[in-house]
Design a protein around this ligand. Structure first.
Ligand code: AMP
Length: 355
């Protein structure tokens, strides 16, 4: 048995963005503290965390002091440098564990892991140079998408190939970074499952949400998603299989393509996920509290959904709409306190509860 962390314990969070902010709010509701580690100045999570360390991931002394001050450490993004994790792990447990990070940091490793679990993924190939790309295009066909193996997010580090002639330009777009080629999936829509696993292996899943992207960034998540009962069961079973295989502790997001042939896994995120923000106003225990509960060894909440919700991200100058949105009935406003509005920057979100 993992003893639940008592009131007043401190959860370290690597990364101080909006996810760290909402994790901190959830932790404080449970009487727990958070300590945020973030290289950038004035992180959104800094306003609400109990402590903030502003230091780089190369600063060994700062990492050690941070780890010593925490009872458990979690993270809000997957690209935490390995050396930093090694230093922290020598002093305090990291949850979710290192294996989830190792796998989700690299699209090739991730796709291979998912395929080995028996889940369906788009056809893919390891791309190291023009010859391997030509061979992959010949095997997989077009249209296809070339993606950097690491550090891609919100559609960045990706190039479409409509025909084989697009291969050289797509490869040039990768700037020499190792890449994977993926066959283009003709999906009808995209959904995601937000699921949690506790240290004893108990699993709780939220109802899948249906996601619409704009310019590569999540625009809306709608629950319930358009899925048959069988597809909904499939989605949840897939998420549970991934959680168990990773001996995972915490919340995980699984993005899926819906096709006439079944559900295809696009990618996994070993953290709370933008497409799970609807849970803040649709469930008794939202994804942030759920993650805190899991990493603190508390019992998980259930994933029961009490309302139909449409989550909409407020990106860049969507912030101009805030005065009107604040007057809307049945709409919950969640703002991240970012000082500067920039195009493409996630500034907040709303959850519209359907009557
Ligand atoms: P990703 O960064 O891999 O999540 O990709 C961002 C978005 O690009 C996805 O949410 C899809 O809308 C689209 N996309 C990515 N991979 C594929 C694929 N293999 N086939 C079709 N669309 C894709």
């Amino acid at each position: 048995m993992t003893d639940p962390l008592p009131a007043g314990s401190t959860i370290g969070i690597l990364g101080g963005g909006q996810l760290g902010r909402m994790l901190s709010v959830a932790a404080s509701r449970l009487g727990l503290r958070t300590h945020v580690f973030e290289p950038g100045a004035h992180p959104p999570a800094g306003d609400v965390a109990h402590a903030v360390t502003t230091a780089s991931y190369e600063d060994e002394a700062a990492l050690k002091a941070f780890a010593t001050a925490c009872d458990v450490v979690t993270y809000e993004f997957e690209n935490v440098p390995t050396a930093a994790l090694d230093l922290i792990e020598a002093l305090v447990p990291i949850r979710p564990g290192r294996e989830a990070l190792r796998i989700s940091q690299d699209r090739l490793v991730e796709k291979t892991f998912l395929q080995d679990l028996g889940l369906t993924v788009a056809p893919f190939a390891d791309i190291t140079d023009a010859a391997s790309l030509d061979a992959a295009v010949a095997r997989i066909g077009t249209p296809a998408i070339l993606k950097t193996r690491r550090f891609g997010y919100d559609g960045k580090g990706q190039a479409r190939l409509q025909t084989a002639e697009d291969a050289p330009a797509a490869l040039a777009d990768m700037n020499g970074a190792p890449a994977v080629l993926e066959g283009f999936v003709e999906f009808s829509h995209e959904v995601s499952v937000i699921a949690a696993r506790g240290p004893e292996g108990d699993v709780a899943c939220y109802d899948p949400g249906e996601n619409v992207h704009r310019d590569g960034i999540l625009h809306t998540t709608t629950v319930p998603a358009r899925l048959s009962a069988a597809q909904r069961t499939d989605a949840v079973l897939m998420a549970a299989k991934i959680l168990n295989a990773l001996d995972y502790v915490g919340v995980l997001g699984v993005e899926l393509f819906v096709t006439p042939q079944g559900l295809i896994v696009n990618e996994i995120a070993p953290r709370v996920h933008n497409s799970g923000h609807w849970t803040q106003n649709g469930c008794a225990v939202d994804q942030f509290e759920q993650h805190i509960r899991a990493v603190a060894g508390w019992p998980l909440g259930d994933g029961t959904r009490y309302a139909d919700v449409v989550m909409e991200n407020l990106i860049g100058h969507d912030m101009d709409r805030v005065p009107d949105l604040a007057r809307e009935a049945s709409t919950a406003l969640h703002l991240y306190g970012k000082a500067e509005t920039k195009p493409g920057r996630k500034m907040g979100h709303i959850n519209r509860i359907k009557p």
